[in-house]
Write a protein that binds this ligand. Sequence first.
Ligand code: PLP
Length: 454
Amino acid sequence: MTDNPAVRRLADWRAETLRDLADEFGTPLYVTDLERVRENAARLRGAFPDADVAYAVKANTTRAVLETLESTGVDAECAAAGEVKRALDAGFPASRIRYTAVNPPARDLDYVCSLEHANEMTVTVGAEDTLDRVAARGFDGPLCVRVNPGVGAGHHEKVSTGAEPKFGVPYDRAERVARDAADRGFDPVGIHAHAGSGISGEGLSAHRELVRRMGDLARELADLDLEFVAVGGGFGVPYRETEPPLDLDAVATATRDALGDLGARLAIEPGRYFVADAGVLLTTVNTVKETPGTTVVGIDAGMTTLLRPAMYDAYHAVRSLEPDQPPRDAVSCEISGPVCETADVLGRGRTLPDPTRGDLLAVGNAGAYGYEMSSQYNSRPRPAVVALDGGEARLAVGRETLADLTRLETGDRDADGSDGTGRGDSDRGCQVGEAAGTDMTDDTGSADGREEPW
Ligand code: PLP
């Protein structure tokens, strides 16, 4: 293994480090290794040395991740006003931000177009009338046209966007829209398309076809002197432990070949590839229940913590972080969350060392679309996030409290906020008597006698 292997497996994470973090910060807890984020950025830039490389920030907008990627020199691809704000706050200058507006709400456009350096940002429009809308707000900066390439791919039908009518200007109208934009005084700098998310294996041929079509379109628009042709993100990562990683160099070569000769630069915008294997989710076993069909292992992280299994039937590897001595028998089990929904199952038919209440588990590849898609459904506060960097760990996002659930409700009489420590309650790691710590090791109530466990 080199210092920068193509994939970091769940087994590669040091159990002792993760156990210490769970003890200090409680569970459920996301852990992001910023050094791994840098490694992934370096590998992408190495494979695509002549391309504009942007990070699709929707995969993980944690400030720590954005600052880390800003410092590597990649650009930011943003899909919403909030993402633009967070990229700016993390230090990306407007000139390194592309705002790709999908059916943008007026409020988003108001914000983006009124920014001090709005005209240094590239705005990508996916519908003809978005031109009118940004023009009405005074935007006359660099403009990119999102094209619907008519081919899609991805790890699940819900993320295969390329052929969905919602996204982009239909391919056969894209040339006219780009020319209209130029005639209206915009500065058309690029064209853009995205096949979908989590592409590998057979999906790569759809990606190649998309790139070929975009190359053809760019040649038709040669007189506009486009600066770049963006072919989206979507580079898949191996969620299953035995799945091989993407051969990034081969993808880069195939992409360049499919694009053909162009005056414009190639641009890519992966999200997942930068951050997926840089993150794990730590969770504690709450309940172990024998049923006729399986052993149900109830954990303190659910679909509100990590939505991907419920939303996309996504597979995430799970590993016990308990010491392997004394050895335990392997048990086949279903690993379920605490949300009252049938969909709230992290995995079925998984094998764990004889699960016991209080065991600490790690869930792999949780760095992309993990914390980012978490929610407060079932009135569950969101977990904390810890950033690891060169052996140092720091709280990157504090744990929400019950008070956070109602903070914005009018008439809330108890919205006095969290203690900001990020410490949560769990069956392990909470020290009785500390500011936010409430020992939950006894299910009959809080050990320090306080009613409120948050
Ligand atoms: N670009 C666009 C336009 C997207 O919609 C997405 C994801 O949905 C991405 C890039 C990033 O995809 P991924 O995280 O799979 O690389």
